[in-house]
Design a binder for this molecule. Structure first.
Ligand code: NAD
Ligand code: USQ
Length: 400
């Protein structure tokens, strides 16, 4: 199938593009390199030396014998370009990763709040609007977030997108309804994901678009079966205070002798998935599209839930690292329980990769190999949710 991967230069989009191309799909990557530009703005860089897109594509052609297309386009601004691209390429599916994805960056300043809202909401709307404009029957697969459900203790296993509710009618009888599970965004970034969901519901109902929305947990790891084939194919590894996600940060901190920075009490429980499973789940979503007329498919794309202080302790024991409980720069529940349903992917044959020594070791090896590229001044989490919060920085400034 011809598949357009929007945001295909990013952490999830690049390995997904390789995986789909490896399966024989005809892949076209679209990206505006905004993520690479934000690295420059923040004075941060991927720990791994990611190559320019032209080098990446050449390396893939040489190692796999397969070509992928590339188009430099801003999906949030260039509506006409998007329509023209869809008309010209007539893809069977579009996979949408092209959003500003860091909660801390989205909370950094008034400007980054506005940028995240404009980029993500206009981008998603442009894609939906462009599919309708072309009249093509394109399956849209969107990468959403587990965070749309909120991270308070829910008191029930989180369902996959929808919740059956009962409303009292005027006679006191009960009316059954199925609604989108009440959204509870914890950052401007997560707010955009909850609003994406409404746009999907509208275009699905009004125009019959076939849409899959994947509520993904925190992705960890860096390499996949394809990115390991050649160093020029290496995937991004973010470790800075805005874009670095927690498990990869903990592993990187432990490997370089920096304290493992647990926010607050570390009582936050979060959902995790390995990058190799991200690409597997996209493959499964692509193979199992909604039929015409079906409501938006919503699947929870997560392997397991873990409490952060337990993760920190596990890494500390493995690698002999010191754990430091630092002020939490975020406005989030100090402690929460998290039980998540993921039967939909499991029913498609998915066997989730769980945190295993082998894969943790692989990340450790990557970090040790590229540790000289690490700039420790980029590690503290300095984006504050409100003026009352304090940076998540170790007391003595890090390395002892
Ligand atoms: P990323 O920042 O590494 O990649 C996003 C890519 O999209 C970048 O290459 C960026 O340049 C591009 N992009 C952004 N705005 C664009 C625009 N307007 N036009 C064209 N290209 C644009 O992020 P990622 O970690 O790969 O995440 C991809 C998607 O998966 C995001 O939507 C994110 O919300 C979701 N997700 C990520 C994680 C995670 O842990 N990384 C977890 C859950 C969900
Ligand atoms: N945290 C620490 N120490 C650190 C960094 C983070 O304790 O050094 C804590 C945070 O306070 C938070 C948790 O770890 O409680 C997760 O933070 P994160 O940065 O790993 O993840 P998050 O901000 O939730 O965002 C990431 C991706 C986002 C995706 C989301 C999935 O950046 O794109 O949507 O994970 S989810 O968390 O399920 O919503």
């Amino acid at each position: 199938m011809k598949v357009i991967v929007l945001g295909g230069d990013g952490f999830c989009g690049w390995p997904t593009s390789l995986h789909l191309s490896n399966l024989g799909h005809d892949v076209i990557i679209v990206d505006n390199f905004s993520r690479r530009a934000i690295d420059i703005e923040l004075g941060a860089d991927s720990l791994t030396p990611i190559r320019p897109m032209a080098t990446r594509l050449k390396a893939w052609k040489e190692t796999a014998g397969r070509s992928m297309g590339f188009v430099n386009l801003d999906v949030s601004r260039d509506f006409a370009g998007l329509v023209e691209l869809l008309r010209r390429e007539q893809p069977g599916a579009v996979v949408h990763f092209a959003e500003q994805r860091a909660a801390p960056y989205s909370m950094k300043s008034a400007r980054t709040k506005n940028y995240t809202i404009r980029n993500n909401l206009c981008g998603t709307h442009n894609i939906l609007n462009a599919i309708v404009e072309t009249g093509l029957d394109i399956h849209l697969i969107h990468l959403g977030s587990m965070g749309v459900y909120g991270y308070e203790t829910a008191g029930l296993p989180l369902p996959e997108g929808y919740q059956t509710i009962y409303l009292k009618d005027e006679e006191g009888g009960l009316l059954e309804r199925e609604i989108i599970y009440p959204p509870r965004p914890g950052s401007i970034y997560h707010l955009t994901k909850t609003q994406d969901a409404l746009a999907f519901q509208f275009y699905n109902g009004n125009d019959g678009l076939r849409i899959t929305d994947l509520h993904q947990g925190i992705v960890w790891g860096t390499q996949t079966d394809q990115t390991v084939r050649d160093e020029r194919l290496i995937n991004r590894f973010d470790y800075d205070g805005d874009y670095g996600t927690v498990l990869n940060r903990f592993l990187m901190q432990a490997a370089i002798g920096y304290p493992v920075t647990v926010h607050g009490t570390g009582g936050q429980t979060r959902a995790f998935i390995h990058i190799q499973d991200t690409v597997k789940c996209i493959e499964l979503a692509l193979e199992n599209p909604p039929a015409a007329g079906e409501p938006v498919h919503i699947l929870n794309q997560m392997a397991e839930s873990r409490r952060l202080r337990d993760l920190a302790e596990m890494i500390s024991e493995r690698m002999g690292a010191r754990v430091e409980f630092v002020p939490n720069p975020r406005n989030e529940a100090a402690e929460n329980e998290l039980v998540v349903k993921n039967e939909k992917f499991r029913s498609l044959g998915w066997k989730p990769i769980l945190l295993s020594d082998r894969l943790l070791e692989e990340v450790e090896e990557i970090v040790r190999k590229y540790r000289e590229r690490c700039d420790v001044s980029c590690i503290p989490c300095e984006s504050l949710w409100t003026r009352g919060h304090k940076p998540g920085a170790p007391e003595n400034g890090g390395l002892s």
